[in-house]
Design a protein. Structure first.
Length: 208
């Protein structure tokens, strides 16, 4: 499983284009689960209740993950809207994303090939300018060590993208840290080597 990947960084991102007199508006949003995707889709459909079509697709997982996906042609010929939109999402490199493409028909038919290019192209256009942030799956660890190792320990955790969320000094030095899940094994090994195996490391609960 991917331990980190880009997701939309804004509530809703919008782009639009006019293709053979039809107005196309693409709305892209963060959708970590199918319920959030459907809520977003319903909001756009309500907003554009007068539109000719509100076609949509979503992918609620890492880029390319097909476990939780959905799509709809919303009255366009079968396979000309939802499927090409989903295909672009699956290969777009962004995870947890939903898109609605609203169409106001301008009087000129596009044909099936034209529709596929238009709907897929609108999603591509939206992805090109979509602000993203990196989603990281965190791990939380409790660490206890002798005081002589603390200075080097604090340098090590920076190298492994970890931050201290709590520290306590008693007979030994104790820390709670948060770091990316994929860095846990390497940090464990580094701390074991640093302390000659005397460090105590266990999983901590997620900070409140």
């Amino acid at each position: 499983m991917n331990q980190r990947y880009p997701v939309p960084a804004v509530a809703v991102h919008t782009v639009q284009d006019t293709i053979k007199r039809s107005l196309f508006i693409a709305y892209l949003a963060h959708a970590p689960c199918p319920d959030s995707a459907r809520e977003f889709i319903d909001s756009i459909r309500t907003r554009h209740a007068d539109a000719t079509h509100n076609c949509w697709a979503f992918m609620c997982g890492a880029p390319g993950d097909t476990a939780r996906v959905g799509m709809s042609d919303d009255g366009e010929p079968h396979g000309t809207a939802g499927r090409p939109m989903l295909n672009v999402l699956l290969h777009g490199g962004v995870g947890e994303i939903a898109v609605v493409v609203t169409r106001y028909f301008g009087g000129t038919k596009l044909g099936t090939g034209g529709l596929v290019r238009a709907y897929g192209g609108m999603v591509s256009l939206g992805l090109e300018s979509l602000p993203v942030r990196e989603k990281i799956f965190p791990a939380h660890l409790n660490i206890i060590m002798e005081y002589t190792h603390v200075t080097v320990f604090k340098r090590l955790i920076e190298e492994h993208e970890a931050v201290v969320t709590h520290e306590e000094y008693a007979a030994d030095a104790g820390f709670t840290i948060t770091l990316p899940q994929e860095n846990v094994a390497a940090l464990r090994q580094a701390l074991t080597e640093l302390t000659n195996g005397t460090v105590l490391i266990d999983k901590a609960g997620e900070p409140a």
